[in-house]
Design a protein around this ligand. Structure first.
Ligand code: ATP
Ligand code: MG
Length: 315
């Protein structure tokens, strides 16, 4: 069992990427060694954990530029088993700084590798699960996250035009898979901010499930005031209000995610016997629904994501 790296991505803003990355990382930290990497210049994941620090001298920006190693910037959080690689505003410059650099899409991947595949064969990987929070764009930061990852989790806000932009996201995922990172698979689509009281929200839920029946998680995240309050207290929902509906929904999602990953506490990489080598294998298709070719995002030809590039359909 290898450590798993999951990017939370959607180029649409405000759909619940950060809330999902933070809530899932905190939820699973009780059972696994978890690292949350903040790759968004807004640094919302960092502040949601109460760890924004204007005095901090290094962030994921410096890691991407090879100035420091990832473990040099990692800080512990208030949650046992959860570490954070913090972001700061400097990261906004990385989009530009990286353009001229070699292997510009693979810099995060290279930085993560030593943490998960230690040089010393006696050592166990530092983490079982890595979550990466990304900005609302498909630029170089998100590409770095996708190149470093085994899986992508796509939150979709259950509002009007929820599916808008998914075509472009699918195209990007296919491009990454075909040219940069073959092991990338879609672990699932997550409905967020579901409001059972409105017809529109219900319609969107039905629509997304109809288009992507296999990919969409059964767990859906309700619109919840407690979830929206938690970041301002610098606490993940698991600490802020563990019995709230939002916290329970993320708990359900965590279990579903583990099932899709085929992961349990017993086979956690950080608890393995030292003899078993840990590798980032190029295939995880047995566990995760991937992006099968030949269908389009409008779902008319099937009900799965993917294939726009392979099938030659327009974006
Ligand atoms: P960005 O694209 O700017 O990074 P994002 O996709 O990361 O945004 P979040 O920051 O997670 O989205 O959420 C956007 C806003 O909605 C935040 O204020 C957050 O607290 C709130 N929010 C997220 N999920 C929920 C929910 N289930 N119920 C109510 N509010 C939510
Ligand atoms: Mg965010």
């Amino acid at each position: 069992m290898q450590a798993r790296i999951i990017t939370v991505a959607n180029q649409k803003g405000g759909v619940g990427k950060t809330t999902t990355a933070v809530s899932m990382a905190a939820e699973l930290a009780g059972r696994f060694r978890v690292l949350l990497i903040d790759l968004d210049p807004q640094a919302n994941a960092t502040s949601s954990l109460g760890l924004a620090d204007p005095e901090r001298t290094h962030s994921t920006y410096d890691v991407l530029l090879d100035e420091v190693t990832l473990d040099q910037i990692v800080v512990p959080t208030a949650i046992d088993g959860l570490d954070l690689a913090p972001a700061d505003r400097a990261l906004a410059g990385a989009q530009i700084d990286l353009v001229e650099m070699s292997a510009r899409e693979h810099r995060l991947e290279r930085a993560i590798r030593p943490l998960l595949i230690p040089n010393d064969s006696e050592a166990v990987p530092a983490y079982d699960l890595v979550f990466i929070d990304t900005p609302p764009s498909l630029g170089l930061l998100t590409l770095n996250a996708l190149c470093a990852s085994d899986h992508v989790l796509v939150p979709v806000q259950s509002e009007y035009l929820a599916l808008e932009g998914l075509g472009q996201l699918v195209e990007t995922l296919e491009l990454v898979r075909s040219s940069l990172n073959q092991r990338l698979g879609l672990i699932g689509i997550l409905l967020t901010m579901v409001d059972a009281r409105t017809n529109l929200s219900e319609q969107v839920v039905t629509e997304v499930r109809r288009h992507f029946p296999a990919a969409t998680f059964r767990a859906a995240i309700p619109r919840s005031v407690r979830l929206s309050e938690a970041p301002s207290f610098g606490r993940p929902i698991k600490l802020y209000d563990p019995s709230s509906r939002g916290a329970r929904a993320y708990g359900d999602l965590a279990n579903e995610l583990l099932a899709r990953l085929g992961m349990s506490e017993a086979n956690a990489p950080s608890r393995r016997g030292a003899a078993e080598p840990v590798t980032l294998k190029p295939s995880d298709s047995a566990e995760a629904p991937t992006l099968p070719p030949g269908t389009t995002v409008d779902g008319s030809a099937g009900a799965t994501l993917g294939g726009q590039i392979n099938s030659g359909a327009p974006a």
